[in-house]
Design a protein around this ligand. Structure first.
Ligand SMILES: Nc1ncnc2c1ncn2[C@@H]1O[C@H](COP(=O)(O)OP(=O)(O)OP(=O)(O)O)[C@@H](O)[C@H]1O
Ligand SMILES: [Mg+2]
Length: 222
């Protein structure tokens, strides 16, 4: 299986949750897995285990030590802001070419199942010239687009698809991760999305029975 880039329509949509669920699923099948969260904002070293990278490391069965964090999440910033703004607060910037180089090396390092979690949504700025979609395109990885099922998500999801299509990014699947308490019925949203998603495979993750969707996605990717 080639490496996959996990992106989303926005922040807090379930990228880390899904990445961890896939890692755990594949590990129970005995697969060798790897995961990276190259750019991490809102990082508090006193709560490293709770960070995205800490969660990925836990799903991989590894410690959230500084060495492990450096290995999977080298660009860590304290402020819970978009990467460009979080970096600016520390008088730093993200070297885009170095980020793409790191991602390509991470994706190709081992013969195993590799997931790379992005940051925020597809158009989150990394610096003055690049957003997450440029990172995806330059890395050459196919992506999984994670969306919610809240009212308004159809437009956000189709807008994200257009943005990815514009840079020629390959989209392996759209995962609609059910939004708790939403008035939008999950299956109905998938029917509507299918009319406009240009044949991209669609999967739903139901909050009360997530395993079926995770297993379907895991199979689709292998
Ligand atoms: N299917 C799910 N079942 C239970 N909890 C979920 C599910 N999806 C997301 N969550 C929870 O919702 C919150 C946000 O999810 P998550 O951290 O995965 O989002 P994210 O897209 O990775 O956010 P970020 O942009 O900060 O990286 C977390 O507390 C996560 O555990
Ligand atoms: Mg995350």
């Amino acid at each position: 299986m080639e490496a996959q880039f996990i992106t989303g329509t926005g922040t807090d949509i379930g990228k880390t949750w899904l990445t961890c669920a896939l890692l755990r699923h594949w590990r129970t099948e005995g697969r060798r897995v790897a995961a990276f969260k190259p750019v991490l904002s809102g990082f508090d070293p006193r709560r490293a285990e709770a960070s995205d990278a800490g969660q990925l490391l836990a799903a991989l069965g590894r410690e959230a030590s500084t060495a492990e964090l450096d290995a999977i999440a080298p660009w860590r910033f304290a402020a819970p802001l978009s990467p460009d703004m979080a970096a600016a607060q520390e008088d730093r910037d993200i070297d885009f070419d170095a980020l793409v180089g790191f991602t390509r090396r991470s994706a190709g390092a081992d013969f195993c199942t590799t997931l790379v979690e992005g940051v925020g949504g597809v158009m989150a700025p990394l610096d003055a010239r690049h957003t997450v979609r440029d990172w995806i395109a330059a890395s050459g990885l196919p992506c999984i687009l994670v969306a919610g099922s809240y009212l308004g998500s159809l437009s956000h999801t189709l807008t994200a698809l257009e943005a990815l299509a514009k840079v020629g990014a390959a989209i392996k699947a759209i995962v609609v991760n059910e939004t708790p308490g939403s008035s939008v019925e999950l299956d109905g949203m998938l029917v509507s999305l299918a009319h406009h998603a240009g044949g991209v495979p669609l999967l739903a993750i139901a909050r009360d029975s997530p395993q079926a969707g995770v297993a379907r996605l895991a199979k689709l990717l292998c």
